[in-house]
Design a protein around this ligand. Structure first.
Ligand code: GLN
Length: 546
């Protein structure tokens, strides 16, 4: 639509966790809804090459793209809002920047020069930002800079923004600065000082904010907006309030009401029209007006931190809206589950999801949970480690292979029903070496999976090292656990299901990464539907008993 690619840089002040990712995604949605081709990129100032080696307690879930990049969870928001896949290029960390600069140095590409933060690191950052723009696939690139302005680790990024604004020329690159406007309840007042200070900090690095997005608990009155505009060198129309919302899916409409898209487009010298967000609003309407509710147990070991299972929780929101039901999630810590308390913890649930994970902690609880839902015919969805636990449970309790295990937990076990693939055995490095990204999967004729996906073959995203051991497949299938999805090239088992059970599916991949507002994931939609049916049946059975 435009001849030059335009750039929007989103920075944050005072504190991180102000919701830059959601603001970026909401703005992108509004621009996309006016016909612009938009993508979002996240720059993370930490030294890990990617978040793949990080514990979920650090930055929440690790999100995975089709091309197998292990990325920040904000990319999940971008995909869920825009319904456009992201890729490795959409997430860059300081670690990756340094890694490529150092590799270039080793190859002699700097021709004997001293390699320095400015210009070499900043040039690499600029190249990474512009590589998306140069692809020709987008009209607008929104680059979100993680962390807080003023932090030592953010400095090279802010310097790169300063240079890029200069290189790109007026109206081609703008800066949105997110700040907090705290409310002091004792004084009954909203305070503008933190915003003034962080705009000043940004200016000390030579970057003037064009637009302020102010996170607030209360409406910003007119005089306060005027004051902020005056002190921060922005137009009054460029002071945008971001009031706390009950759901992140309200934020695009809140930004529309505040005119964020209009100010942005004006600054970029682009045409602005009325965004068409009808489909989005239909989703919101269904999400906010459920006709019934179900309760799903989420069995995992990182349940203390909601962000650890971000994409799963969001996929439930999409699937709930699709079914017009409210999905209540009950987090269940797998470490505290045992055969003694399992009935108490699970019997009231309408469905159970056993979550992905790594390592031994909490796995016996997961196996107990699978046994309970299998025997009591409660709908079950097992994802990745959750699927592996379902296979182990079936082997132990149905096939009576008592020592069945995964070699991840018991490297020398005699019955490794889950084990490492040959090509994983010699890998010693941890980062980026799992089976990652989108892989093909053929669905078995007549299976539940095929019926749910309404397709013969699918592509889903993976992030794991261990696999279903095909040596046990025949025994498993004869006893009733069917491999209903297979990788066509390797024969690896991607889906297992129990035809004798009303709804029991384990998937080796992560369906949650592909669920979006526009395309709720079919497995989650079907799982919630099964939970509704279970609830109805259960209620009728209890009534009949009375
Ligand atoms: N730890 C398991 C594996 O590596 C499962 C990983 C996951 O749940 N994402 O195979």
């Amino acid at each position: 639509m435009t001849t030059t690619t335009k750039y929007i840089f989103v920075t944050g002040g005072v504190t991180s966790s102000l919701g830059k990712g959601i603001i970026a995604a909401s703005l992108a949605k509004l621009l996309q809804a006016q016909g612009y081709r938009v993508t979002i990129q996240k720059l993370d100032p930490y030294i890990n090459v990617d978040p793949g080696t990080l514990n979920p307690y650090e930055h929440g879930e690790c999100y995975v793209t089709d091309d197998g990049a292990e990325t920040d969870l904000d990319l999940g928001h971008y995909e869920r809002f825009l319904n456009v896949p992201t890729s490795q290029a959409n997430n860059v960390t300081t670690g990756r920047i340094y890694q490529s600069v150092i590799e270039k140095e080793r190859r002699g590409e700097f021709l004997g020069k001293t390699v320095q933060v400015i210009p070499h690191i900043t040039d690499e950052i600029k190249a990474r930002v512009q590589s998306l723009g140069n692809s020709g696939d987008y009209d607008i690139i929104i680059t979100e800079i993680g962390g807080t302005v003023g932090d030592i680790e953010s400095l090279p990024y802010i310097e790169a923004v300063r240079q890029l604004r200069w290189d790109l020329g007026e109206n081609n690159g703008i800066v949105i600065h997110l700040t907090l406007v705290p409310f002091l309840s004792a004084a009954g007042e909203l305070k503008t000082k933190p915003t003034q200070h962080s705009v000043k900090t940004l200016m000390e690095s030579g970057v003037q904010a064009d637009i302020l997005v102010c996170r607030t608990e209360h409406d910003l009155p007119h005089d306060l907006r005027r004051k902020l505009a005056l002190f921060c060198n922005v137009k009054e129309e460029a002071v945008i309030q971001s009031i706390d919302a009950s759901t992140i899916y309200d934020v695009p409409n809140l930004m529309l009401d505040q005119g964020l898209d209009k100010v942005v487009l004006k600054k970029l010298n682009l045409k602005s029209t009325e965004p068409n967000i009808e489909r989005w609003n239909q989703f919101l309407k269904r999400h906010k007006n459920p006709t019934s509710e179900v309760t799903i147990g989420l069995v995992g070991k990182y349940v203390e931190l909601q962000d650890s299972y971000k994409s799963i929780l969001e996929a439930f929101i999409h699937a709930g809206a699709e079914n017009e039901v409210k999905v209540n999630i009950e987090s269940i810590h797998s470490e505290y589950l045992s055969s003694d308390n399992i009935k108490l913890k699970l019997s009231h649930l309408d469905g159970v999801l056993v979550a992905p994970g790594f390592g031994e902690r909490g796995i016996e609880g997961k196996i107990d949970a699978v046994k309970f839902v299998r025997e009591n015919k409660i709908p079950f969805l097992g994802i990745c480690l959750g699927m592996q636990m379902a296979v182990i449970e079936f082997a132990r309790n149905v096939l009576k292979i008592k020592d069945a295990n995964s070699t991840e937990m018991a490297p020398d076990c005699d019955n490794p029903v889950i084990n490492l693939m040959e090509d994983q055995k010699n890998i010693t490095e941890m980062g980026g070496t799992m089976r990652l990204g989108a892989w093909d999967c053929d669905l078995k004729m007549g299976s539940m999976a095929r019926d749910i996906y309404k397709a013969e073959s699918i592509k889903e995203r993976h992030r794991h090292r261990y696999e279903f051991n095909s040596a046990y497949r025949t025994q498993m299938e004869e006893a009733g656990l069917v491999a209903s999805g297979l990788n066509p090239d390797t024969g690896l088992v991607e889906i297992v299901e129990l035809p004798e059970h009303p709804w029991f599916i384990g998937v080796q991949y992560h369906p949650e990464y592909k669920s979006t507002v526009a395309n709720p994931h079919p497995l989650f939609v079907a799982f919630i539907k099964a939970a509704c049916n279970y609830k109805k049946k259960h209620k009728n059975a209890t009534l009949a008993q009375k």
